[in-house]
Ligand binder design. Structure first.
Ligand code: NAP
Length: 330
């Protein structure tokens, strides 16, 4: 089969042939119709994750058709599916177990013509979505769902601020928060992306490149009850300053790097809840797909790129030029 392969640290992926994976007990073979890029795939080209064994096939998101099944899984044969990339979560809803992994390193990922995955990772393709739209959903949708609902427990009517709205997780967070009846504002480094977010239903947009953006949030939107942040960095302090006392600030990523110092007094005096969030449990995944189906949510797809030209998609995400998910078609 052909796949997008990372040969060494610091290189972009190349399209080449690799041996097809063997079918293992408890697993099925999926012929992939589409895959989608996440920032994790870009981080992998930069050697951020320890212990990567090259060559590696990245990719955590995929949709396709089951073409071969192991014993006992005949029910899945020929079904159209999406793949849950959150593997071996464990028994607790509070956090993932020590053996937790994400599809696409160390296990072969979805940037390939086919993949072998445990049957427990499969879910039916939401019927209102095309294969390409559905491929955009799993990792980012799951992360957004857990951050908003399992961690922040967002309520109807609350003011929610979502940072870096061009991002895949951020856009799902916008769509899910609106579906839950929240009032949503967003930040971005791009005025055009703010306009597009407003067209999707955001009440207001703020440029995080303006040093006083958090004052503008308070003046034009109001103090926030919930923040959903994948950026970290110094902008995190702005979230603290724009928060209502008792607010929940959920962080799921650090695109802008670490926070140099945390103003403890503002945290304890304002009774702030700082919450970390990563991916999600099988229950989160099931609840996320059911929300998407119930509200007929359409993932925002930035571009569909031929998988063999995938290197250009990696560059586009690295430069934050995308608005929504970049989908790769084998
Ligand atoms: N913990 C988890 O389970 C989990 C899951 C998924 C992702 N992540 C992490 O979350 C982050 C986002 O992932 P993604 O796949 O959604 O990435 P993505 O699609 O590449 O989005 C990244 C976005 O970050 C925004 N950004 C960049 N610098 C910023 C800054 N200084 N302040 C605010 N926003 C900034 C940009 O938004 P604009 O284009 O609007 O400026 C950019 O589009 C990554 O760091 C990723 O590793 C973690």
């Amino acid at each position: 089969m052909n796949c997008l392969v990372l040969e060494t640290e610091g290189s972009l992926p190349v399209w080449r042939e690799m041996p097809s994976p063997a079918l293992e007990p408890g697993c099925v073979r999926v012929k992939l119709a589409a895959a989608a890029l996440n920032h994790r795939d870009v981080w992998m080209t930069k050697g951020i994750y320890p212990g990567v064994v090259y060559p590696v096939v990245p990719g955590s998101d995929g949709s396709g058709q089951v073409v071969e099944v192991s014993e006992g899984n005949r029910d899945w044969l020929h079904r159209e599916v999406i793949i849950n990339p959150s593997c071996d979560w464990g028994k607790s809803e509070a956090a993932q177990a020590a053996g937790f992994t994400i599809l696409g390193m160390p296990r072969q990922g979805t940037f390939a013509e086919e993949i072998v995955v445990p049957v427990s990772q499969l879910a039916s393709l939401p019927s209102h979505l095309s294969m390409q739209q559905a491929a955009a959903l799993p990792l980012a949708g799951l992360t957004a769902y857990r951050a908003l609902f399992s961690r922040a427990k967002v309520q109807k009517g609350e003011r929610v601020l979502i940072t870096g709205i061009g991002g895949g997780v951020a856009l799902f967070a916008l769509q899910f928060a609106l579906a839950a009846g929240a009032q949503v504002a967003v930040t971005s480094g791009s005025p055009e992306k703010l306009e597009r977010a407003v067209a999707l239903g955001a009440e207001a947009g703020f440029l995080y490149t303006d040093p006083a953006w958090f004052n503008q949030v308070v003046e034009r939107f109001g103090r926030i009850h919930v923040a959903i942040d994948g950026s970290g960095g110094s902008g995190f302090l702005g979230l603290i300053d724009a928060s209502e006392p008792g607010a929940r600030i959920v962080n799921y990523g650090g695109t802008a790097g670490p926070l140099e110092s945390l103003p403890m007094r503002k945290v304890f005096w304002n009774q702030l809840n700082l919450l970390g969030s990563t991916m999600g449990s099988p229950a989160d995944f099931a609840a996320m797909t059911s929300l998407v189906t119930q509200h007929r949510i359409q993932p925002v797809v930035d571009q569909v790129v031929a998988m063999r030209d995938g290197a250009s998609a990696f560059r586009r995400m690295d430069e934050a030029r995308q608005f929504g998910k970049i989908v790769l078609a084998p």
